[in-house]
Design a protein around this ligand. Structure first.
Ligand SMILES: *Cc1c(COP(=O)(O)O)cnc(C)c1O
Length: 396
């Protein structure tokens, strides 16, 4: 049996998204900047996609900039806010240690350019509080950037509360909502979000396309210079088939948020309940305030990477954290941020479900994971030391 349980890394495209993409690959070939009929047909399609996305986010179409994905949107949002701050001699930014690398590495670059970044401590349950944000705001703070939902442990931050505080303190608020968009109800106006990043391939759309919402009045800095596309803020002929497909996928996901979440939650809770039975295991992230499809656990005495290889042989596509860090030997920065010691963070397993998964697949995972954990523990010298009392268990 083949089970795809790595939807936080990327999702398969929906039939709707595929059909929309194919239709526009074949039919909407004009350049939206051209004045002739073919160009205007493409411009109309583009406008429709922008309207759809704006409608589901609660903003105006002109507040949406299409990008090459979540990473570009994160970069542009943060750099824009930093440039605006710099002009007013405000060079302090607030974020957290468990952001996606698209945010963290952009912040690192700004630190080299003289910005100061406060990384809020993430509580062991994977949450930060609005009070923490409020306490950290200074007169020279130009930006708060805090992710909506974490890509490894799935925890959902109090975005509306943080937005209200930022509005009151007149500080720009960006949220990386790549894991949340299409999965949670978002309204940028009600939640006082100034800048927000989304990416199509995390909600059954195509890869290589995303969007940046920027509240009107927030002046963006270009990352790509050239033509006047996207209100002059992002040059390059628009990828119409991908953008149309993203809009179709987003509409489909948003129209079905509640029923998808209900279905996925039942399957995910079976995973948590079943795999918690494995001795010396611990759930990562708050049990309730997490994405419906996210499962993340650490198992003592084993290596996450080996677990993935063995699970792959059982047909299960899983992850030990972020797809972006696999291939490196460092443990997940997210698990370290919630206080997991190195040796425990190494033994992590993330299973991320979508509504395409089935109960039979969950049965298969519930059988495969304990077998793999046992097999690896039986080969592990660390586990032998633990079992024979030469070392103390970290996870009781
Ligand atoms: C996947 C992801 C990104 C990057 O999006 P891309 O479209 O792959 O560039 C950024 N942030 C989070 C939280 C993600 O999960």
């Amino acid at each position: 049996m083949k089970v795809y349980a790595d939807n936080a890394a990327t999702t398969p495209m929906s039939k709707t998204a595929i059909n929309e993409m194919l239709y526009h690959v074949e039919n909407t070939y004009g350049n939206p900047s051209s004045l002739h009929a073919a160009g205007q047909q493409a411009a109309m399609a583009l406008l429709k996609a922008r309207q759809t996305i704006a409608e589901y986010l609660g903003c105006e179409p002109k507040e949406i900039i299409f990008t090459s994905g979540g990473s570009e949107a994160d970069n542009q949002a943060i750099i824009s806010a930093a440039k605006l701050g710099e002009r007013k001699k405000k060079k302090h930014i607030i974020s957290t240690a468990f952001e996606h690398h698209a945010v963290l590495h952009t912040l690192k670059r700004l630190e080299k350019e003289g910005f100061e970044v406060t990384y809020l401590d993430v509580h062991e349950n994977g949450l930060i509080s609005a009070e923490q944000v409020e306490k950290a705001i200074r007169p020279d703070t130009c930006l708060v950037t805090i992710m909506y939902a974490n890509n490894e442990i799935g925890t959902i931050q109090p975005i509306g509360e943080i937005g209200a505080i930022c509005k009151e303190k007149k500080v720009l608020f960006h949220t990386d909502a790549v894991q949340a968009a299409g999965h949670l109800h978002i309204n940028v106006r009600e939640q006082n979000i100034d800048l927000m990043s989304i990416s199509a391939h995390k909600f059954h759309g195509p890869k290589g396309v995303g969007a940046l919402y920027a509240r009107k009045g927030v002046i963006l800095t270009n990352l790509i210079e050239g033509g006047a596309q996207e209100r002059g803020k992002r040059a390059g002929t628009e990828n119409i088939p991908a953008i149309m497909s993203m809009a179709a996928a987003f509409k489909e996901a948003c129209d079905n948020i509640d029923e998808n979440a209900e279905k996925v939650l039942k399957m995910r809770n079976r995973l948590i309940d079943g795999l918690s039975e494995i001795p010396h295991s611990i759930l990562n992230g708050d049990r309730e305030k997490r994405l419906a499809g996210n499962f993340s656990m650490c198992f003592e005495g084993i290596e996450g990477e080996s677990m993935l290889l063995y699970l792959d042989m059982e047909g299960v596509c899983a992850s030990s954290g972020s797809a972006c860090t696999s291939g490196s030997l460092d443990p997940s920065h997210v698990l370290l941020a919630i206080g997991r010691p190195h040796e425990i963070a190494h033994g992590s397993l993330r299973l991320s479900l979508s509504e395409y998964n089935t109960d039979e697949e969950i049965d298969h995972i519930l059988k495969a994971v304990p077998e793999v954990v046992n097999r690896l523990r039986n080969m592990s010298p660390v586990w032998r030391d633990l079992k024979e009392g030469r070392k103390e268990y970290v996870i009781q």
